[in-house]
Design a protein around this ligand. Structure first.
Ligand code: HEC
Length: 134
């Protein structure tokens, strides 16, 4: 097989795989919400999401300790005091656009605030609330 043909065959096989794996990471808030809602098995409830976000869950920190009282405005990290950009997609289009990032931070932050991971229902409710904010 000639080198050119080999190269073009490699490209034909490799690019779709690369593209598919990038696609798997990129997401929209609506797609992520649909995924969590499906996992949860019940419709997302934005009122419950708001209560969850603002509630004390028995630990030192709440979601608002770092993200601030309004997800449209943003906050400051409770221990490092570093500014945190708004969490609501309407105020910050970068939010909920990368499923790996969202999962990483849900895992870490839920452990801080609830001393356990969040359930799919809790994630769906919070995301439903955040996407209603304008
Ligand atoms: C101790 C501080 C802290 C607390 C408490 C906290 N967060 Fe966060 N959160 C962060 C930081 C830091 C980031 C990553 C930096 C950034 O994206 O601004 C982040 C990022 C996130 C993201 C990623 C969103 C995206 O697409 O960029 C989500 C979702 C999130 N937090 C949800 C929550 C929820 C829900 C709670 C309450 C259960 C919570 N956080 C509590 C500090 C905190």
């Amino acid at each position: 097989m000639g080198l050119e043909r080999y190269k073009s065959m490699l490209q034909k096989c490799f690019y779709p795989v690369l593209f598919a794996s990038l696609q798997a990471m990129a997401a929209t808030p609506a797609e992520l919400l649909a995924g969590y809602t499906a996992q949860s098995g019940q419709p997302a409830n934005s009122a419950k999401g708001e209560m969850f976000f603002k509630a004390n869950h028995g630990q030192e920190w709440q979601c608002t300790s770092c993200h601030g009282k309004s997800p449209l405005v943003g906050g400051r990290h409770a221990s490092t005091d570093k500014p945190i950009e708004p969490l609501a997609p309407a105020a910050n289009p970068k939010r909920f656009s990368d499923s790996a990032k969202v999962e990483k931070w849900f895992r870490r932050n839920c452990k801080d605030v609830l001393a356990r991971e969040c359930t799919a229902t809790e994630k769906a409710d919070v995301l439903a609330w955040l996407t209603t904010l304008r």
